[in-house]
Design a protein around this ligand. Structure first.
Ligand code: ADP
Ligand code: MG
Length: 556
């Protein structure tokens, strides 16, 4: 039998998993159960939308079976299964290939942080197992296949026997090595506890044969131990539960189980709407930017369920681009199951839900800004730029939603401030909201152009993101105050700049400077705005020097 090699990336990840010193090894079970649940979701959806498939609710379950004698732990599901090709592509190659590159870039030496921060799905099985065997039979297929791997040196695939559709994952649990013990993953009580902890909201029964001590039949006072199949999880999806029954940890576990992100969410919101449109939703504001967030590869979207059945993994129509960082799910009974993507785009119900969700997210962000400034600033570090793009795009159509969520560094406060805070501090004499653009706060601080404004006692906002100035141009005003670059010709500050008397000698100097700089500057003029610097650039009209630089650098 031929042994195939893992792709290089997968191999590195596997090695990390095998040598993992990660303390939370138990999460392997969450990962495998989540995969089983995903596979059943796919089958369930097929059955509901395809009349030729007979349908029986009791067919859909997951079973966890430890066997101490053989030292195996088996996770069985009745999901959609995998074909031979799917085994190759799904288990031979790490699913999201970009993620490993990111992981290794940010790697600490022992790999400890990485595994803590990033779930790695199927491969996490190798944290507790020497050998992993997958026996699977795909829906619509007559042949079953066995995939097997002892870790980094490759895997084999061969045809095998399996009666029923679905997947069986058999882990050969590692032997104990000194203080590293693995016996617990064969203990019934321990497995039950892990399932309860991470997978309680899985919507299909997770069954186990559990031993119960019962009074012996036909005898007085005698007990016997009997095996009985039991469902371990509560099965009520978290979004159907009452908010008051749930803890922050429950939501965080759900976030991790769903692999929405590998961070801890900054904030969650649980929505139950029962009006013109009915839906339940759980939304999360992540803490960290996904590694591909500002790239073309990033796909926004929320999971979409119709009466508890997953119909789309990333429904992008539910989120405006400027809130593309939001993760989570929506479940509605008002959506039909076999709705196609094209029809969905025009669905009235979905549009209503999207509108509703947009305003909920806005409210959440406002609340975070108001009640927990530190957390908001963490959020803003990751996703503030996206909000600014939002202001800029669609010709400023979203400015009312977004302008109060913006933060900029202030010359006076030496920290991030909102536009509202800025305007409320403006003295009577100040006409404009001043800003200065530059590479960094330190650089801006040294700009000669800031002197006159600072001298007048006015606050300056520092724009260090390329998008800042473009976004502000879209806003035009905030609370009727215009924005003004410190580099612009007319700063609106009393300086008697205009009727400056120029001596003959000075005029000759300026003329020769103009000649020398011909084509580079339009004019050379004396100015009173400078305090400690001899010269500075200033602009006339809409486009500032910084914007010009960016526009020039843009591909044509
Ligand atoms: P993810 O779940 O994030 O896609 P995993 O590493 O957990 O990544 O799983 C990789 C892929 O293997 C899954 O996307 C799925 O296609 C397939 N897979 C894993 N377990 C099962 C299973 N029990 N039944 C069917 N397919 C599975
Ligand atoms: Mg998975």
């Amino acid at each position: 039998m031929e042994k195939k090699q893992f792709q290089a990336e997968s191999k590195r990840l596997l090695e990390m998993m095998i040598n993992s010193i990660y303390s939370q090894k138990e999460i392997f079970l969450r990962e495998l159960i989540s995969n089983a649940s995903d596979a059943i979701d796919k089958m369930y959806y097929k059955a509901l939308t395809d009349e030729s498939i007979t349908f029986d609710q009791s067919q859909y379950y997951i079973k966890v079976t430890p066997n101490k004698e053989n030292r195996t732990l088996t996770i069985t599901d009745t999901g959609i299964g995998m074909t031979k090709e799917e085994l190759e592509t799904n288990l031979g190659i790490i699913a999201k290939s970009g993620s490993l590159a990111f992981k290794t870039e940010n790697e600490s030496k022992d790999g400890h942080d990485i595994i803590g921060q990033f779930g790695v799905g199927f491969y996490s099985a190798f944290m507790v197992a020497d050998v992993v065997t997958v026996i699977t039979k795909a829906f619509d297929s007559d042949q079953a296949y066995k995939w097997e791997s002892e870790g980094a040196d490759g895997y084999t695939i061969e045809p095998c026997e399996k009666e029923t559709r679905g997947t069986e994952i058999i882990l050969k649990i590692k032997e104990n090595i000194e203080e590293e013990t693995y016996d617990e993953y064969l203990e019934e009580y321990r497995l039950r506890a892990i399932i309860k902890k991470y997978s309680d909201f899985i919507r299909y029964p997770i069954k186990m044969d559990v031993s119960e001590t019962k009074p012996k039949e036909g005898s007085e006072g005698e007990f016997e131990s009997v095996q009985e199949e039991k469902t371990i999880n509560s099965m009520v999806p978290i979004w159907r539960k009452n908010k008051s029954e749930l803890t922050t940890e429950d939501y965080e576990n759900f976030y991790a189980e769903k692999r929405y992100g590998f961070d801890k969410p900054l904030k969650h919101v649980h929505i139950s709407v029962d009006g013109a449109v009915r839906y339940n939703a759980i939304l999360f504001i992540p803490e960290q930017m996904p590694f591909d967030y500002y790239t073309k590869e990033f796909e926004k979207g929320l999971e979409l369920y119709s009466s508890g059945v997953l119909i789309m993994e990333k429904c992008s129509d539910l989120l405006p681009d400027y809130f593309s960082f939001v993760k989570g799910m929506v479940d509605s009974e008002d959506l039909s199951l076999n709705i196609s993507r094209e029809i969905l785009q025009h669905d009235r119900q979905l549009k209503l839900i999207a509108k509703n969700i947009k305003s909920k997210i806005k409210t959440q962000l406002q609340a975070l800004l108001r009640d927990d400034r530190e957390k908001y600033e963490t959020f803003y570090k990751s996703f503030g730029r996206q909000l600014k793009y939002g202001v800029y795009s669609d010709f400023g159509a979203n400015k009312d939603t977004l302008q109060d969520l913006l933060l900029f560094y202030s010359s006076k406060e030496k920290k991030m401030v909102t536009l509202d805070e800025y305007v409320s501090r403006m003295p009577e004499s100040q006409k404009y909201i001043y800003y200065a653009s530059g590479e960094s706060n330190e650089r801006i601080e040294k700009m000669p152009q800031t002197e006159a404004v600072a001298e007048a006692g006015y606050e300056i906002l520092y724009f260090t993101d390329e998008v800042d100035e473009f976004a502000i141009k879209m806003l035009m005003t905030y609370k009727e105050k215009e924005f003004k670059s410190v580099s612009s010709g007319d700063l609106g500050i009393e300086t008697n700049e205009q009727n400056e008397d120029v001596t003959e000698e000075q005029k000759a100097l300026f003329d020769s400077m103009k000649e020398l700089l011909a084509g580079k500057v339009k004019d050379v003029r004396p100015s009173k705005r400078l305090k400690t610097h001899a010269v500075c650039f200033s602009t006339e009209g809409e486009v500032t020097i910084e914007m010009e630089k960016i526009l020039k650098a843009m591909p044509h």
